[in-house]
Write a protein that binds this ligand. Structure first.
Ligand code: F6P
Length: 473
């Protein structure tokens, strides 16, 4: 193989540049050219196929800094439709014209689903990334547990996982952890810890919402910020025990911090954060998140009287407040664990292409004997019997429903990942860079500005200001 392509699909994470860097470093050692495709699969739908050469003369371009969050290639949530055979032909032809002999897709479960049609045309390998940590399996035969039934409304199917018959063991998890997750937990834990000050000083109840969609790994990991209660999407809300627990804690310490995953569901399985048909004064539909819905539940259940006695006059609405960690958990400098293993997975993806593998995933494995190591797993092994790839969910044994916190097994899982996850350079970089006078003197310089100068097009046209590049540059 002389030339490979790489793209970053789905939502950004802090470790994407680190993965690209790892792939480029390995390709340089092997004398392979790496072309980056702009904005994920989007570039492949564009007849001009915007792309850039990431390693001219087998050196990484200077914009490719593994310590910078996000992706210099740009990302999008465009995916290839498995039914649209015509577009597959066009895409393949474009890649052929670019002389790309193998492709690395950096992405999560959506990307893995989306890259299936491409694997029919050329060798493709997935290098995982997702802050949600949901690309993986709790055990090898997990996809076989999925059942489907026709949906009540609107056609299609509803998929449900049947109860497991597997004896769960950490050693047998497939893809133990995904790059991006560790930095997301780092940011979320700091947020939770900081919110405690206000809750404690003002005797309030804070509900902190974290991302993760239907998987509660970020919520579980936010245990490092020492919240009092953690709610995961995998465990439907039990209102009575929750209210009782909140009261117990409030009566003892006069403040409560609750972490709530954005995908938390009620007893009927409805997402708490789903769109509600309430309207603001201007008549606009109001969208409430999971934390906000939970706040309303607690306000109703606890009532003003409760706080009047305990807090001398405060009302529930004032006492209970919400904050979302939001996109800060998905951006910025990746911490050492993410950087190191993201780069390893990028390098492994190059090796897999060179070994002639197709439709495989570079995985980050862990076991008691070897600790962490990179490996691979066939993409087909992630698919259920209908070919779908489902997001991994937190194994039930990781959560203690009564304590509303990680269980012993959950703690063992987290400890393998997070003990030592922060490097000295991570803390040093804050000291050196945050209050540097240059931050006040110079405007922000986006890597997009420099990358735009390097972008080439299949038809040879350029918006790059570098003249008329040759096809494929
Ligand atoms: O899948 C990653 C993720 O950050 C989820 O945790 C979150 O629900 C979603 O993406 C947010 O997406 P967007 O940035 O498009 O709002």
């Amino acid at each position: 193989m002389k030339r490979i392509g790489i793209l970053t699909a789905g939502g950004d994470t802090p470790a994407l540049n680190a993965t690209i860097h790892g792939a480029v470093v390995r390709a340089n050692q092997l004398g392979i050219e790496v072309y980056g495709l702009i904005k994920g699969f989007n570039s492949l739908f564009n007849p001009r196929v915007p792309h850039l050469h990431l390693n001219p003369l087998f050196q990484p371009i200077p914009e490719l800094d593994p310590t910078v969050g996000g992706t210099i290639l740009g990302a999008s949530r465009d995916y290839i439709n498995a039914e649209d055979k015509r577009s597959h032909g066009e895409i393949f032809e474009r890649l052929r014209k670019l002389k790309i002999e193998g492709l690395i897709c950096v992405g999560g479960d959506g990307t893995l689903n989306g890259m299936q049609p491409l694997a029919q045309c050329l060798p493709v390998v997935l290098a995982p990334k997702t802050i949600d940590n949901d690309l993986g399996l709790n055990y090898r035969n997990e996809p076989d547990e999925w059942q489907r039934r026709p949906a009540a409304k609107g056609g299609g199917f509803v998929y449900e996982q049947t109860p497991s018959r597997t004896v769960f063991d950490l050693d047998y998890m497939i893809n133990f952890v995904t790059p991006g997750f560790v930095t997301a937990v780092y940011v979320s834990s700091i947020g939770v810890r900081r919110i405690r000050s206000t809750a404690e000083s003002h005797r309030r109840i804070a509900i902190v919402e974290v991302m993760g969609r239907h998987s509660g790994y970020i919520s579980l990991g936010a245990a490092y910020g020492r919240p009092d209660i953690i709610l995961l999407p995998e465990h439907p809300l039990e209102i009575e025990p929750l209210v009782q627990r909140v009261k117990e804690i409030y009566e003892l310490q006069k403040n409560v911090v609750i972490v709530c995953g954005e995908g938390v569901v009620d007893a009927e399985g409805n997402e708490l954060g789903a769109e509600k048909s309430s309207h603001d004064p201007a008549g606009n539909k109001l969208l409430s998140g999971a934390a906000e819905s939970l706040r309303q539940i607690l306000i109703e259940q606890m009532g003003d009287e409760y706080f009047k006695v305990l807090r001398r006059g405060g009302i529930a609405r004032e006492v209970i407040f919400t904050r979302k960690i939001g996109h800060t958990q998905r951006g910025g400098r990746p911490i050492r664990f993410d950087r190191f293993y993201a780069a390893g997975l990028g390098g492994k993806a190059v090796d897999l292409l060179l070994e002639g593998r197709n439709n495989v995933v570079a995985t980050l494995q862990w076991n008691r004997k070897r600790s962490f190591f990179v490996d691979s797993f066939d993409a087909n092994g992630f698919r259920d019997r209908w070919g779908l790839i489902h997001a991994r969910r937190v194994h039930p044994s990781f959560y203690d429903r009564h304590l509303m916190k990680p269980s012993r097994a959950g703690i063992e899982y987290l400890m393998q990942i997070f003990t030592g996850a922060i490097g000295e350079d991570d803390t040093e970089s804050i000291r050196e860079s945050l209050f540097a006078p240059g931050n006040l003197l110079e405007p922000y310089h986006s890597f997009n500005t420099d990358i735009a100068k390097r972008i080439c097009f299949l038809d040879g046209g350029g918006e790059s200001g570098m003249g008329e590049p040759e096809p494929g540059c």
